[in-house]
Ligand binder design. Sequence first.
Ligand code: GLP
Length: 248
Amino acid sequence: MKVVIVKDKTQMGATGAKIIADDMRGKPRHVLGLATGATPIPLYQELIRMHREEGLDFSRTTTFNLDEYIGLDPAHPQSYRYFMKAQLFDHINIPKENTHVPDGMAEDADAFCEQYERMIRDAGGIDLQLLGIGSNGHIGFNEPGTPLDSRTHRTGLTESTINDNARLFERREDVPVEAVTMGVATIMDARRVLLLACGENKAAAVAAAVEGPVTPDVPASALQNHEHAVFVVTEDAAAGLKGDYERP
Ligand code: GLP
C-alpha cells in the first residue's frame, strides 16, 4: 500500500484524477469503480475539467458504483444514482447504459447482489476502484465487523454512519438504515484501488487502516494486503500517521 500526503482537497482531487486518467488512457475499455460522499467531489470536478479541456474520453468506459441506500428511488436527491448523475455522469460523455449503481429498490435484494457480482465479472472485472472512508473505517457500506471475504450484499448501517450521513437529510429519521454494498472481497478484486480521505474527522480511521492490524473491525485495513492500493490523504486526515510518507 502506498500513501501520498497532499496539502488540501484540491490537490487530493487533482492527484486522484491523474491516477484515474493515466489508468484510463492505458486501457480504452476501462472499468472504473466509483464512490459517493463529499470526498470524491473535487476528483470528479477535475475529471470533468480533463474531459472538457483535454479530451479525456469516457465513451468506452464502464462504471460500477460501490453502494446504494435501500429504499431510495434513483430520483431521490440523496440516492447515490442521483449523486453520480449530478456530480459526474451528466458532465462527461459516458453512455448511460455503461453506468451501474446498485439498485436500492430491487424486490429481491439478495438476487440483485448476485447479479451485480456477475455484471462486474462479465465486464472483465474492475480496473480501478475509487473509495472514500467512513469515520469508523468503513469502505463502501462495509461497516466494522464485515467479513473480509464478503461479496456484494445487503447490510444495516451503524449508528455512527447514520449520524455522519444525517447532515444530508432533512431529518435523522429520513436516513435509510440499510444499503446494498460491494463486499470487501469485491473491492479487493479490483486491479487498483485509490482511497481518498480529507478532514480531521478521518484521521483516526486513516491511521487504523494504514498502520493498525488488518482486521474486520477496520474494513479499510484490508487494503494493506492489496498490491496496488494508493491512499491520497490531506494533511489533516493524515494527522494520526506515524510513518514517513510521500509528500509531492
Ligand atoms: C458513505 C459512503 C462511503 C463514503 C463515506 C464517507 O457512508 N457509503 O462510500 O466513503 O460515506 O463519506 P464522506 O466522503 O462524505 O465523508
